[in-house]
Structures are given as structure tokens and as C-alpha cells.
Design a protein around this ligand. Structure first.
Ligand code: AHG
Ligand code: MN
Ligand code: MN
Length: 335
């Protein structure tokens, strides 16, 4: 972003996009602006996490049996409240809530989109000041407008997403989202409190030298997964050397991959026999975004992630996602 250059805000950008598509109703643009506003509210709290009493555990476990942090709850409430107040969303499903919420007021019932959220991703990083994020995914409802939304609206294959993206609360705060047409990145300018277009038309490099996987579980992964990981581990100094990264926050891994290329893997193992990450809240939105940026995402050697039909909201799935050439390298190896 060059200084003194006039940059477009998220609101300006989405409104300009509308002009390019005369048939568009503006509902999706409005929804993205509502999500952006909720993200700004979460960002304020994240930034003062050290001084306000929002570090640490809330003393509960969520539906997945994981401990809930105070900031998890705050982010969940902010996003759900924004979407409930929005006139563009008829219901929301959150990683933090067991059931989806159908908004029953007239405006919401008449809107056509449902939203799925991981309100705070990488929450284990909160207390140590490492990047965290928010993930969102938007589908057009299948149930008729004017009625309350239903479970089927949320359990759609990832290929049917209308938009998906994330907010990363990092060295700067960014909102990155994909629609069917493109991937756009906005950086929060704290001086005006607006997301400004900083990374237009993002494309992921086809190749890279970065691989990311939790190596602590290496010996617990299936043999074919270990073989795939070994493709990135030089056995002598003549082989290409890859750099290994693992942040413990999928949003950060995906953001780095989008900018620098690479591969991020979260295979199934032991206690996570179906995988660790959630299909509807984490893997589908990130896979949609990665594909729109020119990358790939698979659940195993045979299944494209976005083709999988979810059976339940909190379903988990293994994921291998990133630069096209690196996914193609491991695809024939993993089962
Ligand atoms: P969440 O905070 O929403 O539960 O997600 C954390 C996830 C994911 O972002 C990250 O890749 C993974 O947990 C890391 O888990 P491990 O450190 O257990 O491998
Ligand atoms: Mn998460
Ligand atoms: Mn979470």
C-alpha cells in the first residue's frame, strides 16, 4: 500500500462491485459489510486482550469438548448479534453453539443467505499474543424465503458457497474474502477504522518451499501421510530444502500460504480419527478461498474437499490445502 495513494474502503469496493453487476441486489455486499463491522468490534477487544479481563478460560467447554476462552465467547456474541441485526442473513451456525440459530424477525426471514462461523480460530494463541482469526462462510438458503431457515441450508457441499473468508488479527488486521469471481484482501487502517483494499485479486503461488503440519503427531499419522510429509524433508544436501512452519492457527497458516505459497496439512490420527478441523466452519471456507485463488484443497488422495456433503454441523475432516503443484505432489501418495 503506497502512502498518499487513495485506497478504496471495503464499503466503497463492495458498492463499486455492484455497479459492475447490474443484476446484483446488494444483499451479499451488505452482508460482507456487516461481517466487517463485527470484525472491527472483535479487533478492538483482541488488541486490548492483555489489559482487559478477557484473557484465559471462560470456565466452560464447547460442543466439541474443548475449553472455551473468554474471547471465544465475546467474538461469538459479536458476530451473532451483527448477523441477527443484519437484514441480509436468515440464520447462523457457529462452532461455539451446538445448534444453528434461525432469526425469526420479518427482515431476516425474507433474506436469502445463511452464514457459518468459527468466531475465533487459534484461540490457544490468545494468551501468548500470537495471531488468531475469524472464519466465515456464506450459502444461499435452500428453504423458501419468508420461512425460518433449516438445517439443510447449512449442510451444503462447499462448492455451493457464495462467499467465504477470514479476518486475521495479526501484525495488522486483515479481512480476506472470496466470491465466485475473485479473492480480495483488505487491511484495517486504524486511523480511519476502515478495511482498505490492500491486496486486490489475490493468487496463490503455484509452488513454494513451505510446508506446515503438526510434526508432534508424525509417528501417529498413517504410513501414506508420513510418506507425503517426507516429500518435503530433505534427506541429503542435494535435495530441495523446504521450510517447516506451524502456527497453531489455521487462519494464519492459510494467510501465509495465500501470500507466500506452500502446503498446510491437518491429517487424521489417533484421537482425531476423522481429522481435527471442522468441515463446515474451517475447511470448506478455506478450501473455497484457496481454489478461487488458484490453489487446491483435498481431504485425501481421491476427494476434493469442496465436494463432500456434510452430515452434521460439527463434522471434522482431514485437510491438505495450498499451492497447486504441492497438492498435486502429495495427491498420488496419500490414501
Ligand atoms: P479453534 O481455536 O477454532 O478450536 O481452532 C484451532 C485449530 C486450528 O486453527 C489449528 O490449525 C489447530 O487447531 C491446531 O491444533 P493443534 O495445535 O492441536 O495441532
Ligand atoms: Mn478453528
Ligand atoms: Mn474457534
Amino acid at each position: 500500500m503506497r502512502l498518499n495513494q487513495r485506497v478504496m474502503t471495503l464499503d466503497e469496493f463492495t458498492i463499486q462491485e455492484l455497479r459492475n453487476y447490474p443484476g446484483a441486489t446488494g444483499q451479499l455486499s451488505g452482508l460482507l459489510r456487516d461481517i466487517g463491522l463485527a470484525a472491527k468490534r472483535v479487533n478492538v477487544e483482541v488488541n486490548k486482550a492483555g489489559i482487559a479481563d478477557i484473557l484465559g478460560e471462560a470456565g466452560k467447554t464447547n460442543v466439541q469438548g474443548e475449553s472455551v476462552k473468554k474471547l471465544d465467547e465475546f467474538a461469538n456474541d459479536q458476530l451473532i448479534n451483527s448477523l441477527a441485526t443484519s437484514i441480509y442473513c436468515c440464520g447462523v451456525a457457529s462452532e461455539e453453539n451446538e445448534e444453528f440459530i434461525a432469526f425469526s424477525d420479518e427482515h431476516s426471514k425474507n433474506s436469502k443467505y445463511v452464514v457459518l462461523i468459527d468466531p475465533l480460530d487459534g484461540s490457544g494463541n490468545i494468551d501468548v499474543n500470537v495471531s488468531i482469526g475469524t472464519i466465515f462462510s456464506v450459502y444461499r438458503r435452500l428453504t423458501p424465503t419468508g420461512t425460518p431457515c433449516g438445517l439443510e441450508d447449512f449442510l451444503q457441499q462447499g462448492i455451493y458457497q457464495i462467499a467465504a473468508g477470514y479476518i486475521i488479527y495479526g501484525s495488522s488486521t486483515m479481512l480476506v474474502y472470496a466470491t465466485r469471481r475473485s479473492v480480495q484482501g483488505f487491511t484495517l487502517d486504524p486511523s480511519i477504522g476502515e478495511f482498505c483494499l490492500s491486496h486486490p485479486n489475490l493468487k496463490v503461488p503455484e509452488n513454494s518451499d513451505i510446508f506446515s503440519v503438526n510434526m508432534g503427531y508424525y509417528h501417529l499419522y498413517d504410513e501414506s501421510i508420513r510418506e507425503a510429509i517426507q516429500l518435503f524433508m530433505a534427506k541429503d544436501k542435494k535435495e530441495k530444502v523446504y521450510r517447516h512452519r506451524f502456527v497453531g492457527c489455521m487462519v494464519s497458516e492459510i494467510h501465509r500460504t495465500l501470500i507466500q505459497g506452500g502446503i498446510f496439512m491437518y491429517p487424521a490420527f489417533g484421537k482425531y480419527s476423522q481429522g481435527r478441523l471442522r468441515l463446515c466452519y474451517e475447511c470448506n471456507p478455506m478450501s473455497f478461498l484457496m481454489e478461487k485463488a488458484g490453489g487446491l484443497a483435498i481431504a485425501d488422495g481421491k476427494r476434493r474437499l469442496l465436494d463432500i456433503k456434510p452430515d452434521e454441523l460439527h463434522q471434522r475432516i482431514p485437510i491438505f490445502i495450498g499451492s497447486k503443484n504441492m497438492i498435486e505432489m502429495i495427491q498420488p501418495v496419500i490414501r
